[in-house]
Design a protein around this ligand. Sequence first.
Ligand code: HEM
Length: 403
Amino acid sequence: ADEIPDLLSPEFAADPYSAYRLLREHAPLLWHEATGSYVVSRYEDVRRAFKDDLFSTENYSWQLEPVHGRTILQLDGRAHAVRRALVAPAFRGKELEERFLPVIERNSRELIDAFRHEGRVDLVSQYATRFPINVIVDMLGLDKADHDRFHRWYTAIIAFLGNLSQDPRVAEAGMRTRDELAAYLVPIIRQRREAPGDDLLSRLCLAEVDGVRMTDEEVKAFCSLLLAAGGETTDKAVASLFANLLDHPDQLAAVREDRSLIPRAFAESLRFTPPVHMIMRQPVEDVEIGGGTVPAGSTVTCLIGAANRDPEHFGSPDTFDLFRPELDGTTSFSAAARHLAFALGRHFCVGALLAEAEVRVGVNDLLDAMPDMRPAPGARRVERGLFTRGLEALPVEFTPVAG
Ligand code: HEM
């Protein structure tokens, strides 16, 4: 175990996947002093921590609550189930495909129109980081003119959540954002309760399950969570998917030719380069996991990035291959593909189908606008992040098409 790079070391940051392999093979249950947590890396153990009720999400009360307030991620049991039932219908089925798909399409095209004639674009800063946030703002029925303001809030929130070095300026900006977002949203939430529309915010205000409605504070916290949970993840997923395809020109050509392969490519990209690498849980009693015992109330760090490349579950796990047999039968629902990028069990990503719809629209539109998309010469790929991980930039070049 001494040879395994520390989770917080530059060596780990440069190549977590090599460290993940060593962890799976030599230290499937590792006590990590600096994060004060037990680290699990094997597929079976990570899956178990997500599915088993013995593992609570109480740890989010100190990780997420300061910036978002109390959200469904912190809740377990009935309190969670009721609130999940309040929000879930907006993110699937008819509601998603009929009401929100046009919002997704409009936002994707607006962003692409801004660069389609330029012949060059950074897919991260000019598309991926903007697209999911703009979609959420419009789904909530907020003012489009506030897209930039939400982008700033979003950037401050994810910096706060990833602030490992505890930079006081980042912490302060996060707290300021919490207050600004509340000052912006709470009056709008009150208006929507009185005069609801058919937007997502009105639905969140009015939804009722077993006599429970969300309070103003809960609706605000959920919107704040949406920015981080729905923004940063989709942002990183879109960029990584394109990077993986650009690295494998034959697979890029296959997807370009047959767009029904997009969900499959998305699922494989989520397995190979998941946006969320680590998630924490807190056992409610002593549990056996990873070949050892973890005491009640301690923190367990679940390495999704390691589990997704466990050779016990995926053949040639370090190869990006959208044609891998594990994905056979995956046609529309990327989550069915066994990878753990959306977690599993009661907190399984409630926005998975929304993410898939965004990726389907985004990939189609970007491929149409850039028929000969290629990496910009000389651009270096830099991937960053510990809990979440993604590309700093992805500059590409293309010959503009008319239209
Ligand atoms: C939960 C990943 C997109 C909203 C989660 C969890 C993961 C995840 C791993 C579980 C967290 C845990 O158990 O601790 C992703 C990835 C996405 C994505 C990889 C994109 C590729 C979205 C989108 C939305 C969203 C687009 C909504 C706009 C949520 C919410 C939860 C959640 C509200 C909490 C669910 C609960 O506690 O029951 N997501 N997510 N996510 N996600 Fe996503």
